[in-house]
Design a protein around this ligand. Structure first.
Ligand SMILES: *Cc1c(COP(=O)(O)O)cnc(C)c1O
Length: 333
């Protein structure tokens, strides 16, 4: 795969590390667990959206944009990082925030919300859960056009065929690192949200004929809807990369039983997983994505799901700033 054919900005120096989780891994006899530290990517606070934004911002600049519009939940890491990338490029940024849990938006909340303010977002539009976010962003763009501005819309999570290239690139980076570390991985575990990360990794692994299963832990949608979203984006990525064939539907593995009551809602498993990683490895997970993904991985390890897949790579996609919007759930009694 030739990723150099696509324009790209750079927001991280070098590769993110792959680290053994020795104290955590010792809890699961027979397994060797490593972590790909994409929480250490560049831009304010790091996380997986940084990789997608390398390609998305390059496209926005190529189109002569002066303002970026994107959307997300009220504690969106994607919104924080898009705003950060816009600052880095000297562009303005408008955010459409979906209040998925009624009355949960607080202008003075901490976490990512504080960072929207610190990074000086130009405009925030808070809309009710279920609002057509694409339509709302289109109307914001329309309004900016009439003022002579040149807006560029990035979809939620940056998960389109341009943003997804960031995780195709990550798959290549992982394979090269594993080769240099002389480490043969049997499975990769990642969060499956707006699907760009899961689809990008899957397509990148597939495009390299690496045959490593990618296990996605859902944090929102039900299993079949999530598998469909990952599959459709993988097909688009495979087309863009001119692969002879896209990954098969049967390669799209998703678990949806770690979501709890819904997106962004606290679960016991998440709290335990976040505490465990902090206390054994000094790694901060997040309450919405990686905490639930790790809870899923722990449960699957305990149930023997991985069986003879002994070498597991957990992809840490970031999000720790959101911990500071969940202080009540985390304070130990
Ligand atoms: C957005 C996000 C994810 C999910 O990635 P998608 O590409 O949207 O599936 C996982 N972890 C964190 C911390 C995120 O912010």
């Amino acid at each position: 795969m030739n990723l150099c054919q696509f324009p790209r900005r750079r927001y991280t120096v070098g590769n993110t590390p792959i680290e053994p989780l020795e104290r955590f891994g010792a809890l699961f006899t027979g397994y060797h667990i490593h972590c790909k530290r994409d929480d250490l990517l560049g831009l304010a606070g790091g996380g997986n959206k940084t990789r997608k934004l390398e390609f998305l911002m390059a496209d926005a600049l190529a189109q002569g944009a002066d303002t970026i519009i994107t959307c997300g939940a009220i504690q969106s890491n994607h919104c924080r990082l898009t705003l950060a990338a816009a600052n880095k490029e000297g562009l303005a940024c408008h955010l459409v925030l979906e209040q998925r849990v009624p009355n949960s938006y607080d202008r003075f909340a901490g976490g990512n919300n504080l960072l929207f303010d610190l990074l000086a977002v130009e405009e925030v539009y808070v809309v009710e859960g279920g609002t057509d976010l694409a339509a709302k962003m289109a109307s914001v763009a329309e309004c900016l056009h009439t003022k002579g501005r040149k807006p560029y819309i990035i979809p939620g999570g940056g998960s389109n065929a341009i943003g997804g290239l960031g995780y195709v690139a990550c798959a290549q980076e992982i394979l090269q690192q594993l080769y240099e570390m002389d480490l043969n991985i049997d499975a990769i575990v990642c969060t499956s949200g707006s699907a760009g990360t899961h689809a990008g990794i899957l397509t990148g692994i597939y495009g390299n004929n690496a045959h490593i299963p990618v296990i996605g832990i859902g944090i929102n949608r039900q299993k079949e809807a999530q598998r469909q979203a990952v599959y459709e984006l993988s097909v688009k990525l495979a087309e863009k990369l001119k692969l002879p064939k896209a990954p098969d539907m049967e390669d799209v593995i998703v678990f949806d039983n770690y979501v709890g009551e819904g997106y962004s809602r606290v679960t016991e498993g998440m709290l335990e997983a976040v505490r465990l990683l902090a206390q054994t490895e000094a790694i901060l997970l997040d309450p919405i994505y990686t905490g639930k993904t790790m809870a899923g991985m722990i449960d699957l390890l305990k149930k023997g799901y991985f069986n003879n897949l002994k070498n597991i790579l957990f992809l840490h996609t970031g999000g720790s700033p959101a911990l500071f919007a969940y202080t009540e759930a985390f304070w130990s009694k």
